[in-house]
Write a protein that binds this ligand. Structure first.
Ligand SMILES: C[S@@+](CC[C@H](N)C(=O)[O-])C[C@H]1O[C@@H](n2cnc3c(N)ncnc32)[C@H](O)[C@@H]1O
Length: 260
């Protein structure tokens, strides 16, 4: 698939998938709303840690660009957690962006492909993030171009935050998910003059919906999403190693990239 047809596919896919703009549409399609809320809470916790480590504070003005902003979870996150920050969202789905213009009218959103988007005002941003997006771009050149565009939007002392699964070999799991190998990431990052400043785990096993053992899983699932979440957070904070069976979704990491 070439870059142009990948962009057309992505736009059609996401314009179709966004129906009610709930978290299961931008998050885990097969998970219920309650589980998606907890999965998003894990992402927000990892994001807060990454932001704190960069010295970006709640009471100071700074700017953030959200590449692939979805239905607006992180626009709302920044408004609440960092009200002094200026947030700009970009998403390939015109339908999502039309919704965002109606739902959060005081925030700036653009409908565009990250592989080719130029900020009309030529700005750079203290923080550029793109969470759960790059593995959706199936064409490797297009993905590398999106990363290059995002890197070009980072202010001189700023940082780029992306999610990436930790996998040994590139694997296309379905007709819409492609997880690149560590070697691909390392090569691409180095070619852009970037370095990995930090790489944070996000989950223990929550996106997998609980443990792999079917009896344990059945029992825990019956106790409810809150119990699954508390167990995930406890194992995570204790630093327990993830089970080998956990699956690639749970192995997603939040990676901080900065200029060399
Ligand atoms: C899995 S959702 C994640 C949304 C958001 N980052 C979040 O974590 O809630 C992926 C989003 O990326 C957008 N997207 C996919 N490819 C894109 C591209 N090439 N340029 C801009 N947005 C893209 C989709 O439209 C979708 O809204």
């Amino acid at each position: 698939m070439n870059e142009v047809s990948d962009a057309v596919r992505l736009r059609e896919f996401w314009d179709t998938r966004y129906a009610n703009f709930d978290l299961s549409e931008s998050g885990w399609m097969n998970a219920a709303a309650g589980l998606n809320e907890r999965i998003y809470a894990c992402k927000a916790q990892a994001l807060r840690k990454a932001i704190a480590a960069l010295g970006l504070r709640r009471d100071r003005p700074w700017s953030v660009l959200d590449g692939g902003c979805g239905q607006g979870y992180f626009a709302r996150f920044y408004r609440e957690a960092f009200p002094a920050a200026t947030y700009v969202g970009v998403d390939i789905s015109q339908r999502a962006v039309d919704h965002l213009h109606r739902a959060i009218p005081d925030v700036e959103f653009h409908a565009a492909d990250l592989c080719s988007w130029h900020d009309p005002r030529g700005r750079t941003f203290d923080l550029v993030q793109s969470l759960e997006v790059l593995h959706l771009i199936l064409d490797d050149d297009a993905m590398a171009r999106a990363l290059a565009r995002l890197a070009g939007l980072v202010a001189p002392a700023g940082a780029l935050l992306v999610t990436a699964a930790s996998v040994d070999n590139t694997a296309q799991r379905s007709n819409y998910l492609r997880h690149r190998s560590a070697a691909f990431w390392n090569r691409t990052i180095a070619s852009l003059g970037l370095r990995v400043a930090a790489s944070r785990p996000i989950y223990y096993w929550l996106p997998a919906g609980g443990p792999a053992n079917k009896y344990l899983r059945y029992g825990l699932t019956r106790l409810g999403t809150r119990v699954l979440y508390v167990l995930d957070r406890s194992a995570f904070h204790l630093g327990l190693p993830q089970p080998a069976t956990v699956g690639v979704d749970s192995r997603m990491r939040l990676v901080t990239l900065q200029r060399v």
